[in-house]
Structures are given as structure tokens and as C-alpha cells.
Design a protein around this ligand. Structure first.
Ligand code: ZN
Length: 276
């Protein structure tokens, strides 16, 4: 039922606010917010990915250094209480996420895919800070019914991990409830988010530093666009000046005239393309 409501929201509200006004995020801080409005570039690969011990993960599962250390500590402490915390999905590349999302669309349709799979660049798994968890069955879909889930709910924040997509937060996070998906943000922020029962999106909105970064990002983007436009106009003026000088000095030649007409047409097309 919940899922049907989400799909209706996406259809009726034209994908809500998601995938609109997208910021390209280049910061590599562990507090990085990646969601349907904040995107990583296709060549972003965290520089400090490390494999998790096979005692606590499936084969070849990578997390960033700090997240890997904390995850292993968490899984080790859980084991002392007879809990088996296993990482079944961690870092995913841009290309892999693209294939995954396209498969969801192909198999389940666009709107269903939008509730549970991120488009390439918009997946937290590309940050190397997110981990999907299961117990020994490795069946993360049923993680909510395990004792390990209860343990994670009460303890994960102590190791810097938060439940990233809580129940009934689709309008904020853009994803349906995922009891298996945890995100490393560091102890202080994880504790704040846990104690206040909020999402990472809400935490970021309360954080002035984040707002400052978004502001600087927007200013930089605007300056870049202005820079490109000004240099294009200057280049065009120089070209037209040279063209005018040549026209004055050269005798009319049908071939040259043809080249000039082509050049002017291309320039006009470029102007139209830039300001349309
Ligand atoms: Zn996940």
C-alpha cells in the first residue's frame, strides 16, 4: 500500500522535487549528502577504498577506510552478543549502478524503479560509505525480521552508522523504507540523527556549513556560465572583426563568399543554441 502511494506521488507530482535542480558534489567528506538532487560525477571513485574482512562480508566488498574500520568494529562487537552482521553490498561504481538501475526499469517499470533504485551518480553506494546488511542468510530483503536488525537499530549510531532510509520518509529521502541500508557519517552526526529521529537530509538543512557550501557551489556555477558566455561573445566579436577586415581587403570571389556565408550561419546557430 505504502509503495502504491509513493508511485502515485511520483506520477501525479511529476517525480515530486526529485532529480530537479541537481548539484554536482565534489567534496569527499564523510558527511557528503548524495541523493536524487545531489550527484557524484561518473569518474568519482573514493581514494581510500578497502576490502572488509571476509568474516563480516561477502567477497570483494569495499568501504572507505574510516567506514571499514568502524563497520568491522561494529560487526565484531555484535558477534560477541551472538549477532551476525554481514555486508552484502557496499561500494558500487557509476557504471555498475547504471546497469542496476536500468535492470530495475526493464524488469519492474520506471516508477517502481524510482522508489527503490538510484540513477547512476545518485547512489550513496558510489560514496563508499553505504552498506547493505543481512544476517547469515544473506537475505537482506528480510533483514527487518531478524534480531540483528533490532541490534542495529539500537547500536549502529554508536559506530557512526545511521539507518539511511527510514519508514515514511519517502518525501524527504526519495526512497522507500530500506531496513538493510546503513550509511557511515561518523559518531557525532550519527548520534545527533539517532537522538533527534531525523534523516541525513534534515540534518544537512539544519547545518549552516552545508548551506554555505551549496551557496558557494551555486555562485561558482553562475560565474562559470558567465565566463563561458563572455568568452564566447568576445571570440565572436574578434571573428566578425577579422571577417569584416577580410571582406574589405579581398576581392569578391564566389568560393570565399560561400565560406563566409557558411561561417556566419554556424555563428548564428551557435548564438541561437546558447540563448534559446
Ligand atoms: Zn543500499
Amino acid at each position: 500500500m505504502e509503495l502504491i502511494i509513493y508511485i502515485l506521488i511520483l506520477i501525479l507530482l511529476d517525480n515530486y522535487d526529485f532529480y530537479k535542480n541537481i548539484n554536482i558534489i565534489s567534496d569527499t567528506n564523510i558527511t557528503i549528502l548524495i541523493n536524487k538532487n545531489n550527484k557524484l560525477s561518473n569518474d568519482y571513485i573514493p581514494y581510500d577504498l578497502e576490502p572488509i574482512s571476509l568474516e563480516f562480508s561477502c567477497k570483494d566488498k569495499l568501504l572507505r577506510h574510516e567506514a571499514r574500520i568502524s563497520f568491522e568494529k561494529m560487526a565484531k562487537d555484535a558477534k560477541k552478543e551472538n549477532m551476525n552482521i554481514i555486508a552484502v553490498s557496499t561500494y558500487r561504481s557509476y557504471d555498475y549502478q547504471e546497469k542496476l538501475y536500468n535492470n530495475y526499469v526493464k524488469n519492474y517499470g520506471f516508477y517502481y524503479a524510482e522508489t527503490c533504485s538510484a540513477r547512476a551518480g545518485h547512489s550513496e553506494h558510489q560514496t563508499g560509505l553505504a552498506v547493505d546488511i543481512a544476517d547469515l542468510t544473506l537475505d537482506y530483503d528480510n533483514f527487518e525480521s531478524t534480531k540483528e536488525f533490532i541490534w542495529m537499530k539500537n547500536n549502529s549510531y554508536k559506530y557512526g552508522f545511521i539507518l539511511r532510509y527510514p519508514k515514511a520518509c519517502f518525501h524527504i529521502t526519495g526512497f522507500k523504507y530500506e531496513p538493510w541500508h546503513y550509511r557511515y557519517v561518523g559518531y557525532d552526526i550519527a548520534k545527533y540523527i539517532h537522538d533527534n529521529n531525523i534523516t541525513l537530509e534534515e540534518y544537512k538543512k539544519r547545518n549552516l556549513w552545508f548551506l554555505y557550501n551549496i551557496f558557494i557551489n551555486k555562485i561558482t556555477n553562475t560565474i562559470n556560465i558567465m565566463n563561458n558566455t563572455i568568452s564566447f561573445i568576445l571570440n565572436l566579436i574578434i571573428c566578425l572583426y577579422i571577417l569584416n577586415e577580410s571582406l574589405n581587403t579581398l576581392k569578391w570571389d564566389p568560393l570565399l563568399l560561400f565560406i563566409y556565408i557558411v561561417l556566419i550561419s554556424i555563428s548564428l546557430c551557435l548564438i541561437w543554441f546558447l540563448f534559446k
